[in-house]
Every structure is written in structure tokens, then in C-alpha cells.
Design a protein around this ligand. Structure first.
Ligand SMILES: Nc1ncnc2c1ncn2[C@@H]1O[C@H](COP(=O)(O)OP(=O)(O)O)[C@@H](O)[C@H]1O
Ligand SMILES: [Mg+2]
Length: 230
């Protein structure tokens, strides 16, 4: 059965994908390729020699599904404290979609990105504590990932509005990163510490941008909250 998404409004648009609330289960989201930025466009943008790779290697959904099942095999349920669950593929009227756990706050609204939260509230104590917890988890478990981007992390709040946890919803790695588990632990730790340092650098940059009138870029802003309008 083909799930109909095209007539509804996505709740977010990343660089590659549109994210929709699953029409049959509002605790799930479906991510589909952006029709205005196809796999072929993405490959073209890469230039030589990367554009020689097969189209499928540019498909984030495929990559994410592979990486998520590898993470689950390696870490079990533990990893889902800070990573969204992934439930495989469905057919939609916008192409094949990847189904994931939709991270919502205690009041039902779709959780905001770390980028948006820091933009709105600066890097206050509560937020700093949540970032520290995520970084400690990453380093203690040696979770392989690409760079930790502030728009690929969401801040889940409880029904009182207090931060419950940070959840990484994208950028978990390319299949090429998975063999990282075979490297000596000290080297893995070094790589992860580097990622964490870069992430802190991004937070500093964002804090510096708060003087500007407008939110930098569109990554990290929601198009609707999944409650009041859809
Ligand atoms: N599982 C999720 N729960 C809550 N919000 C999400 C989830 N997945 C994505 N989002 C929101 O959608 C945006 C774009 O999704 P993302 O997976 O990063 O797409 P892309 O691969 O195009 O970057 C994110 O920045 C985030 O705001
Ligand atoms: Mg993203």
C-alpha cells in the first residue's frame, strides 16, 4: 500500500530529505528524498571523482537504515537513549520513505533542534548539562558518527518543559565508518574527542551569531510542530 504524503505539509526539510509525520501513527516520521534535489542532482554536485560512484551510494535513507541496524547489533537498546529508532522502509507517493521514531516533547510538540534551542536561549546550564551527557555517552560507548551537527540533534523536553535528553536524528555515519569499531580503542576515542571538540566549536560559532537578527540558514527550523497545524 502506498502511503500518501504529497498532499500534506512536511514538518521539516533537511539538506536532502523532507520529513513528514506518519499519517497512520503520529509517533513516527517518514523521511523521503527532496523532489527538488534528486540523487542525480546530489551526485552531480559532488564533482569528479565522487560522481563516478553508483547513485545508491548517495541515498541517505539507505545509508541510515544500514548504519542503524549495525548500531543496534553492536550496542543493543542502549544506543537509543541518544539515537532515534529506525523502522525500515515504506512506499509513499513521494518515493521510498524511511520510517523513524518521531521525537516529541511531553506536550506533544515535535522536539526542536539543538541549534534552535541554543539560538533562542543561549547555552544555559540545563542545555550545557544535556550536551555534556550526550558527549559522555558518545565517548564512553565509542559511537561511530559523522560530525555532530547542531541541526541533527533534537532536544526532547518533558511535560514540564525540562530537558529530558538529546537525540541524534541524522548524520550517524556512513557505512564506511562502521569498521571504525575495528580500530584500537584509543584511536577511536581520539576520533570521537575530535568530533566533540568540533561540536563545541560550532556551539561557540552559533553563540557568536546570536547578535544577528535572523536565524542562520534554514537547517534546524521546523515547518510545523506536529500538533497545532499539519
Ligand atoms: N526522528 C525525528 N524526530 C524529530 N525531528 C526530526 C526527526 N528526524 C528529523 N527531524 C527534523 O527534521 C530535520 C531534517 O531531518 P534530517 O534527517 O536531518 O534530514 P537531512 O538528511 O535532509 O539532513 C532535522 O533537522 C530535525 O529538525
Ligand atoms: Mg540533517
Amino acid at each position: 500500500m502506498t502511503i500518501r504524503l504529497a498532499a500534506s505539509q512536511p514538518f521539516a526539510r533537511g539538506g536532502n530529505r523532507l520529513c513528514y509525520v506518519h499519517p497512520e501513527d503520529n509517533s513516527l516520521c517518514i523521511k523521503v528524498r527532496r523532489p527538488d534535489f534528486t540523487l542525480a542532482d546530489r551526485r552531480r554536485k559532488k564533482g569528479f571523482p565522487k560522481n563516478l560512484k553508483p547513485l545508491s551510494s548517495f541515498d541517505d535513507n539507505l545509508e541510515e537504515a544500514k548504519v542503524m541496524s549495525a548500531l543496534q547489533r553492536r550496542f543493543g537498546e542502549l544506543v537509543f537513549r541518544h539515537v532515534s529508532h529506525c523502522f525500515g522502509f515504506v512506499d509513499t507517493d513521494m518515493g521510498r520513505g524511511l520510517v523513524s521514531e518521531l521525537i516529541r516533547d511531553g506536550n506533544g510538540a515535535i522536539s526542536q533542534t539543538l541549534k534552535k534551542v541554543i539560538w533562542d536561549e543561549a547555552f544555559n546550564r540545563e542545555c550545557r548539562r544535556a550536551v555534556t551527557e550526550l558527549c559522555q555517552f558518545w565517548a564512553a560507548n565509542l559511537v561511530p558518527s559523522r560530525h555532530l551537527l547542531l541541526h541533527n540533534i533534537v532536544v526532547q523536553r518533558d511535560s514540564e518543559g525540562a530537558i529530558k535528553r538529546l537525540v541524534v536524528i541524522d548524520g550517524l555515519g556512513s557505512a564506511a565508518l562502521l569498521p571504525m569499531g575495528l580500530l584500537p580503542r584509543s584511536l577511536q576515542r581520539k576520533k570521537i574527542e575530535k568530533k566533540i571538540a568540533v561540536m563545541h566549536g560550532r556551539i561557540e560559532t552559533l553563540l557568536g551569531q546570536r547578535k544577528q537578527a535572523r536565524f542562520p540558514g534554514y537547517h534546524g527550523l521546523l515547518m510545523h510542530d506536529g500538533v497545532s497545524s499539519q
